[in-house]
Write a protein that binds this ligand. Structure first.
Ligand SMILES: NC(=O)C1=CN([C@@H]2O[C@H](COP(=O)(O)OP(=O)(O)OC[C@H]3O[C@@H](n4cnc5c(N)ncnc54)[C@H](O)[C@@H]3O)[C@@H](O)[C@H]2O)C=CC1
Ligand SMILES: O=C([O-])CC(=O)C(=O)O
Length: 343
């Protein structure tokens, strides 16, 4: 029996993601929570002839708690998306509070669940979830994941395009490391399962890297005020969730990049830190999963000079993003603690 939960299930990502989870035969229960429309989304999905029993809840009557009770895996696509001209960091003000509140619910009701954070800015929202779990004494760094899979999916697609063979795109695997915004997104194209054409020029290589780093902007621009990537994100989120579900079932050797706490695997983290030349609390690298969560954080491996430069350029912004998330939670709890005495 596996219960999957989507928080933000009525949204642009939430609905197609819930559909794809409903279609996954490994899911036997699907809990949907949002501040609007979840009863309708749940009723609709519940007619699909796959195993998962679907229920939708709203905030009244302890809806969050009811949704999360018994959850094995919780995916969070709740929050506001970008509009043209915004960076992911511009979303922090609103989304930080949403993620903190939802993380509090998970820490109280389903502290052992695997938590998959989609809400942006991922580089800051993942540290927020970690800090909330620490505060509640239930922190297990092996079970909290920032979903960076869309960067991997985009890389596969764009590399297939360059190779002139779209039918390869599902097979192409490019490790994308670092974080999930702009220059913190670092594709390791030299480690692609399918190498780039030998004669690729430096400008073409640089354009490809840029397209992967700023793929989100392409969609934000095309949607012209109506949001950011939803369908490709739902696909990517469901792919990542499917890997976690297989690991939960006991399958070994499953590997994918994810933005995680380096405390999840101290010896892997030590090797990675050596490569980075700087200690970061969170980083996305290839992660090996098991039934209890993260088994191993893999080092970056051999990089080209261009990739070394990309990693170096990612570090300062990543460090700032991480600290922003940590500080937010510290300040929020301080306000809560100071609150009553001020009354
Ligand atoms: N990690 C990644 O690669 C990606 C992340 N995103 C991020 O995912 C988030 C969601 O994007 P969309 O689905 O397009 O937005 P959306 O606005 O279509 O949906 C968000 C949903 O969250 C719900 N929501 C708001 N506050 C909530 C709360 N307190 N509890 C539960 N639900 C709540 C809303 O009612 C809405 O249904 C954004 O922050 C976006 O930037 C988007 C694409 C890729
Ligand atoms: O660009 C955005 O704001 C949404 C996102 O994270 C992506 O598409 O990678």
């Amino acid at each position: 029996m596996v219960k999957a939960v989507v928080l933000g299930a009525a949204g642009g990502i939430g609905q197609p993601l819930a559909l794809l989870l409903k279609a996954n035969p490994l899911v036997t229960e699907l809990g949907l929570y949002d501040i609007v429309n979840t009863p309708g989304v749940a009723a609709d999905l519940s007619h699909i002839s796959t195993p998962a029993k679907v229920e939708g809840f709203l905030p009244p009557d302890d809806g969050l708690k009811k949704t999360l009770t018994g959850a094995d895996i919780v995916v969070i696509p709740a929050g506001v998306p970008r509009k043209p001209g915004m960076t992911r960091d511009d979303l922090f003000k609103i989304n930080a509070g949403i993620v903190k509140d939802l993380a509090t619910g998970i820490a109280k009701t389903a502290p052992k669940a695997f938590v998959l954070v989609i809400s942006n800015p991922v580089n800051s929202t993942v540290p927020i979830v970690a800090e909330v779990f620490k505060k509640h004494g239930v922190y297990d760094p092996k079970r909290i994941f920032g979903v960076t899979t869309l960067d991997v999916v985009r890389s596969s697609t764009f590399v297939a395009e360059i190779l002139g063979n779209f039918s390869l795109s599902k097979e192409i695997v490019v490790p994308v490391v670092g974080g999930h915004s702009g220059v913190t997104i670092v594709p390791l194209l030299s480690q692609s399962s399918h190498p780039l054409p030998a004669g690729i020029t430096t400008p073409d290589y640089e354009a490809l890297v840029k397209r992967i780093q700023f793929g989100g902007d392409e969609v934000v621009k095309a949607k012209d005020g109506a949001g950011s990537a939803t369908l490709s994100m739902a696909y990517a989120g469901a792919e990542f969730a499917a890997k976690i579900l297989r690991a939960l079932k006991g399958e070994k050797g499953i590997v994918a990049p994810s933005f995680v706490s380096l405390q999840a695997d101290p010896s892997g983290a030590a090797a990675l830190t050596k490569e980075l030349g700087k200690e970061l609390e969170f980083f996305s690298s290839n992660i090996e999963f098991g039934a209890e969560g993260i088994v191993k954080i893999n080092p970056l491996g051999t990089l080209t000079d261009a990739e070394k430069a990309l990693v170096k350029a990612a570090i300062p912004e990543l460090a700032t993003n991480i600290q922003t998330g940590i500080n937010y939670v510290a300040e929020a709890y301080k306000k809560e603690e100071d609150g009553p005495s001020r009354l």
